[in-house]
Design a protein around this ligand. Structure first.
Ligand code: SF4
Length: 363
């Protein structure tokens, strides 16, 4: 994770009202020169000031199609800003308002560790008919590695399609960096657990023996999202005992046990649409990031929407983007000295673009 020092005066002492007023004025002055994108997990006040909000796939598509604005202010985490920079079609400058907005899941798979594991896996399997797939929540360097081994990126919206393609066309798939999304998706597509193996990068040869890889179809990199890891089967049991009318809907970054026990599971966009389309009066306990759950609850006031975990925390890194940082980032753009510019250099840029474009074509 990168680090950003404290903001200069006057930002730390401005009130929220002053900051909102200043941001709105800056937005007017910058006009179409600047677009503000916000991920669904952002704070409500940031989403309210954004021009476009969405999940990873929607924001990736937007970055690929938008060439009008000179500046893209990305209110999300570092790998998302990298993705926007890689997919942009013009000379836009992508700015992340706080460099500390990283992602623990993306940090779980270092591209050099993945490259070493790949060589080990090829040696242990005795063949290289392996398709690498990385979840979009990964560094540009890992996306680049995946492209250089004829692999592809996926999101939670299109993981079914992409994993299915890999299973049909290759002997083995190696899924990074989220073991839960890899396991949940492969299981849904009919791969038994006995044909999946967890690759622990902290152990020599992933903690596996060549004999463990006989009949293996799916290798799962040991990594997870600390936010989605917090949901448990016990919470599901508790809510169902209290009120059996509650339907449980979870994100596939949750553990297999939680996904299996949920009534349904799917991407952020799936969760938003499913609850929006449900009948008035319905009750939902949601296993995903809290800012999003609170927003869904607000936008569906005719339904009951709660977090599956009553003691849930926000995603700490997403939450780093606040009014102060957004205001500072826009001021710097207005002054002609944009800060925190996210720019991916070659060869990672062109290779990662290949893996991302392939994903967009396959989605
Ligand atoms: S919720 Fe999890 S996967 Fe998403 S940005 Fe936060 S740490 Fe990363």
């Amino acid at each position: 994770m990168l680090y950003q020092g404290p903001l200069p005066a006057p930002y730390p002492t401005l009130t929220d009202d002053e900051l909102v007023e200043r941001i709105q004025k800056l937005k007017q002055e910058l006009g179409s020169q600047c677009v503000i994108l916000a991920h669904h997990y952002q704070r409500p006040e940031i989403v309210a000031l954004s021009d476009y909000r969405g999940d990873s796939l929607q924001l990736a598509r937007f970055a690929a199609q938008n060439s009008q604005s000179q500046y893209v202010v990305f209110c999300g985490v570092h790998f998302m800003a990298e993705t926007a920079d890689i997919l942009k079609t013009g000379q836009q400058v992508v700015v992340l308002p706080d460099l500390g907005a990283g992602c623990d899941l993306a940090d779980a798979a270092d591209a050099d560790d993945v490259a070493m594991a790949w060589d080990d896996a090829v040696g242990m399997l005795g063949h290289d008919d392996i398709m690498p797939i990385t979840y979009v929540n990964s560094t540009a360097a890992l996306k680049s590695f995946v492209a250089s081994h004829h692999g592809v990126v996926c999101t939670s919206s299109n993981a079914d399609k992409i994993v299915n393609y890999a299973l049909k066309n290759h002997k083995v798939l190696f899924f990074y960096p989220d073991e839960h999304l890899g396991r949940n998706t492969s299981k849904k597509l009919g791969v038994p657990l006995s044909q999946m193996r967890l690759w622990d990068p902290k152990k020599p040869q992933g903690g596996l023996l060549p004999s463990d890889l006989e009949n293996v179809r799916v290798l799962l990199w040991k990594g997870c999202c600390p936010v989605h890891q917090m949901f448990t089967v016990k919470q599901i049991d508790h809510i169902r005992t209290k009120d059996p009318e509650f339907k449980i809907i979870s994100h596939p970054e949750c553990s297999m046990e939680v996904v299996d026990k949920s009534d349904m599971s799917g991407s952020t966009d799936f969760i938003v649409r499913t609850i929006a389309q449900s009948s008035p009066g319905s009750k939902w306990a949601v296993g995903t990031e809290l800012n999003l759950v609170n927003r869904i609850a607000k936008e569906n006031s005719d339904k009951t929407v709660v977090s599956l975990n009553p003691f849930m925390c926000l995603c700490g890194t997403m939450n780093r983007i606040d009014l102060k940082h957004l205001c500072w980032a826009l001021d710097q753009i207005k002054l002609g000295t944009p800060q925190n510019v996210i720019s991916v250099g070659d060869p990672d840029r062109s290779l990662a673009k290949k893996a991302l474009s392939r994903m967009l074509e396959m989605s």
